[in-house]
Ligand binder design. Structure first.
Ligand code: ZN
Length: 308
């Protein structure tokens, strides 16, 4: 199974299984994606996200993406002044999806691990653009940019991996790292490997599972809040549209088959920042300036969640 994420089997529609939370989230989506609505209203084309992001802001404040230094790591967050320490005492775990070394350790990453609901591969190689820019490189780059932004606000930031191990960690360990850090928020960074023409980002929320070592019932609600904020801020800062191929245009998808979510005991979401296999999305994902906006949008969502 080439180029599928950590248990990233194509998600199955779950309409018949949607619970009250999903319905509640759907009702809140217009608010969460207000930035996107504003972006669309001010004349965004919906196609050229690289330039469109500069014009959209739900709050009327300039977005980080409008800064000439958007490509640098030192872009300030609009949510709090630099060095304000607003997140002092807060722990954020960033989980850069996959590992650049996974390609060389197929036997190790194919080992099955227990994710509570079932068993699944330890990890996967991740996808890549058609030109060979690996998802694992993308996820690390965005994670580093996020770490800079969040540490500036006083947060304690931990990465589950920093290309400092030959492969992995396995999905169960990725969850355990967030749990043992007693993280206030965990975000797993990814980019998708879907068909050409499929575009946009989506945030994956944990569904309620209670089986074996998996019990997400306590984190479903706060994770939904976290994911909704990230989706809204991602739209606002990057100008990217929610996925046109999953999530019914909301940018939010609930899944019950990901070990990294099922085994988490702290608020956690995944984000698929775009589709590496689509040439237009790939042009964004390979741009350092765009990755800075992505990191800013995700970080702003985390900050909003942690500050309440
Ligand atoms: Zn992935």
């Amino acid at each position: 199974m080439s180029y599928t994420g950590p248990g990233f089997d194509p998600p199955q529609p779950r309409r018949s299984r949607r619970g009250p939370l999903t319905v509640a989230l759907a009702a809140l989506v217009p608010g969460a994606l207000l930035g996107w609505a504003v972006y669309a209203a001010v004349g965004g084309s919906g196609g050229d996200e690289v330039s469109a992001g500069v014009s959209a802001s739900a709050s009327g404040t300039p977005t980080a993406g409008s800064s000439p230094s958007a490509g640098a790591d030192d872009t300030k967050s609009p949510s709090a002044p630099a060095g304000s320490g607003a997140l002092k005492g807060k722990v954020v775990v960033i989980d850069p999806g996959h590992n650049p070394g996974n390609f060389r350790h197929t036997a190790d990453i194919n080992r099955q691990v227990d994710i509570g609901t079932n068993r699944k591969e330890c990890d996967t190689t991740g996808t890549a653009t058609n030109d060979g820019y690996a998802e694992a490189e993308f996820t690390l780059d965005v994670a580093h940019r996020m770490r800079t932004l969040l540490e500036r606000q006083g947060a304690t930031v931990k990465l589950t991996q920093d290309a400092d191990r030959p492969f992995g960690p396995c999905v169960d360990e990725r969850a355990r790292i967030g749990n043992e850090a007693k993280a206030d928020a965990v975000v797993s960074i990814h980019a998708d490997g879907s068909g050409t023409g499929n575009r946009g980002f989506h945030v994956i929320l944990p569904g309620a599972v209670h089986s074996g070592a998996a019990d997400t019932r306590a984190i479903v609600e706060p994770s939904g809040d976290l994911g909704e904020r990230i989706a809204g801020d991602f739209v606002r800062v990057t100008g990217s549209a929610p996925s046109n191929y999953i999530g019914d245009g909301t940018g939010l998808v609930t899944r019950e088959d990901l070990g990294g979510l099922n085994l988490s005991t702290v608020p956690k979401v995944f984000i698929e920042c775009g589709n590496m296999r689509d040439s237009k999305d790939a042009a964004l994902l390979t741009s350092g300036a765009w990755r800075q906006k992505a990191a800013q949008g995700i970080s702003d969502g985390i900050v909003g969640f942690l500050r309440g």
